[in-house]
Every structure is written in structure tokens, then in C-alpha cells.
Design a protein around this ligand. Structure first.
Ligand code: 5GP
Length: 190
């Protein structure tokens, strides 16, 4: 998505540890016009899959998921992160290793909101090593729901995680796919 790539080139900052900082338009201060375009693009890509639910993980996936949900008229569910391993109530739960915080989180969704009849589109802001996605897929499996696809705002292709999911038959689309990045240069997959 050209608008997304342009914004990354203009405002993204590459930090040590292969972190791309996008706080000026996505992770803290949100460019709502771009967010709306992202939602429209995700809808264009996945509408034909007829999702009944969009599932993301708190916190930074929520805005993008909501924009996509609004564009498709589909409810949005977000998995909650608890640092403790206590599981409360009637929930599906899985453990996710956080790329940015280098910590394990217990991630939960209420069984009331994720059902076997759901066709689920997963949405997240970044794809790095794929741990967040694996956790969300595990929650879907536990519910017996059908995974119809994955929409990622920014894929870091150089980790190989996205292509691994694709090779497994997952329909994974990213709005911006970064082939390589350094302090001086960000190269997108063509
Ligand atoms: P993964 O589980 O795929 O290793 O990492 C995905 C999660 O880590 C995303 O939900 C995102 O919040 C965070 N993340 C991974 N890489 C980056 C990055 O380069 N920049 C930012 N801001 N977040 C990232």
C-alpha cells in the first residue's frame, strides 16, 4: 500500500534490535486518515472471505482492527495480555512471547466472544517472529473457529515468519512489507 510505504519512509525510525518506530502515525499518535485507508485496504483484500470476526491482540493492533472492522461491518475482538499465568473465568488462553518487551504474556479471550462458527480474520500492526500470530491462531484453534486470513500493517520480511505462514497455507497479506532496513535505508518487497 503506497500511502503506508510513503509514511514509513517519511516518519519511520529504525532503532537498534531491528525495531521500526512508528509512534508518530501508528503506535502512539495515530494518523486517522491513514488508519481509515488501512481499514479500507484490509476490507478490499479480505471482504470475499466473509469474516464474521476480526481478532487482534492488545494494545497496538486494536486501532487497525477497528478500522478494518468498521470498513467491513464486522465486530472486533482483542485478546488481553496478563503478565501473570493466572487464568480467570471462562477463557481461551495461550502464552505469547512479546518481541518488544522480551517477556511472556498469558493472552486470553472470553469463550463468549470467540465461537466455533466464527470465520476469523487476524489483524496486527507488525509481524516480526510470528509469536503474536501463533498465539492468536492457537486461540482460534481452541475455539474451533475457522481462520480465513491474516492482515498485517507492517511485515518485517527478513525474519522469514510471514513466508513460513504462507507456506503453511495461511492467506497472509501485509500493507507494507519490509525486505531490509537499517538506519539509512528501508527497502520494501516489490
Ligand atoms: P512477533 O510476535 O511477530 O515477533 O512480533 C509482533 C508484535 O511485536 C507486534 O504485535 C508488535 O506490537 C511488536 N513488534 C514487532 N516488531 C516491531 C517493530 O519493529 N516495531 C514496533 N513498534 N513493534 C514491533
Amino acid at each position: 500500500m503506497k500511502q503506508m510505504e510513503d509514511k514509513i519512509l517519511k516518519e519511520g525510525v529504525v532503532l537498534p534490535g531491528d525495531i521500526l518506530k512508528v509512534g508518530s502515525f501508528l503506535n502512539q499518535n495515530i494518523d486517522t486518515q491513514l488508519l481509515n485507508q488501512m481499514g479500507q485496504e484490509i476490507a478490499r483484500l479480505f471482504e470475499a472471505e466473509n469474516p464474521t470476526k476480526i481478532l487482534t491482540i492488545e494494545a497496538s493492533g486494536i486501532a487497525i482492527a477497528a478500522a478494518a472492522g468498521l470498513a467491513m461491518g464486522v465486530p472486533v475482538l482483542f485478546a488481553k495480555k496478563h503478565i501473570t499465568s493466572n487464568v480467570d473465568g471462562d477463557v481461551y488462553s495461550t502464552v505469547v512471547h512479546s518481541f518488544t518487551h522480551n517477556a511472556d504474556y498469558n493472552v486470553v479471550v472470553s469463550k463468549d466472544y470467540l465461537r466455533a462458527e466464527d470465520r476469523v480474520l487476524l489483524v496486527d500492526d507488525f509481524l516480526a517472529n510470528g509469536k503474536a500470530l501463533e498465539g492468536l491462531m492457537d486461540l482460534c484453534d481452541q475455539a474451533g473457529a475457522t481462520l480465513v486470513g491474516v492482515a498485517i500493517a507492517i511485515e518485517k520480511c527478513f525474519t522469514g515468519a510471514g513466508d513460513k505462514f504462507r507456506a503453511q497455507g495461511v492467506r497472509l497479506e501485509s500493507l507494507a512489507a519490509i525486505e531490509s532496513m537499517s538506519e539509512n535505508e528501508i527497502v520494501f518487497r516489490s
